[in-house]
Design a protein around this ligand. Structure first.
Ligand code: ATP
Ligand code: MG
Length: 209
């Protein structure tokens, strides 16, 4: 039923393979043990990351949030099979100069939408946001997500993205301001609270970092 075609990503914790499942473009994400951790702890961590990813993907699918559909999974065997999104990482699109401030506002609006679903991401980098050739965005990689997050977790999503933009995409001027603008644009009072928390986390990091 699963026909692997190409290796997409060999990460620290997961091997991601693209292929087809029941004729549909699909992605197999297989988590693997990390040598340096105790095997019991390792299994526990792997299982919890995988089960949160499964839970979050299911929730997002029900609310038509742009993220992969969950096709199949086996938490004991440490894999999930999801739909393949015909997009590339935002990281690449920014690096080759095809992203402007409007797209970064869309990124802010997308993060806000995720938070409105009462989910925080936990690893909001430009590798985990995908963009297609028409500029449509989607989000992947929910192994560190939280359901019913606290304000701090939502503020941290903005801060992790801010750090990523500063470290990897400094050529994109005012990028984080565009993200914040987009985030506030689509939201209500709660959006303002998250942005205030982000500003205070950012201030804390500036002062101590
Ligand atoms: N559903 C998908 N459709 C298209 N591409 C995908 C999909 N899922 C993952 N990818 C590609 O594979 C890469 C890695 O996937 P993902 O982010 O889910 O794994 P990871 O947990 O970051 O791995 P690591 O262990 O390195 O942290 C993504 O950055 C993206 O390029
Ligand atoms: Mg990732």
């Amino acid at each position: 039923m699963w026909n692997p075609i190409e290796l997409l990503h060999e990460g620290a914790e997961a091997t991601v393979t693209a292929g087809r499942w029941m004729g549909k473009p699909a992605v197999l994400k297989m988590r693997r043990a990390r040598g340096y951790r105790h095997p019991d702890l390792d299994r526990k961590l792997t299982r919890s990351r995988l089960s949160v990813e499964v839970r979050v993907l299911g929730r997002l699918q029900r609310s038509s949030f742009p993220s992969p559909a969950l096709f199949d999974c086996d938490v004991e065997e440490s894999w999930i099979l999801i739909s393949r999104i015909d997009s590339r990482p935002l990281y690449e699109a920014i690096s080759d100069g095809s992203v402007g401030s409007e797209t970064m506002e869309d990124v802010g609006a997308l993060i806000r939408r995720l938070h409105e679903e009462e989910i925080s991401h936990g690893d909001m980098t430009t590798h985990n946001i995908l963009i297609d050739s028409s500029g449509n965005l989607s989000m992947i990689d929910f192994g560190l997500a939280r359901v019913s997050p606290e304000l701090e977790h939502m503020g941290l999503d903005l801060q992790v993205l801010n750090e990523c933009l500063t470290a990897s995409h400094s050529e994109l001027e005012g990028a984080v301001d565009s993200v914040v603008r987009g985030y506030l644009d689509s939201g209500n009072d709660e959006a303002g609270n998250v942005v205030s928390r982000f500003e205070s986390i950012r201030g804390r990091v500036r002062y101590h970092g």
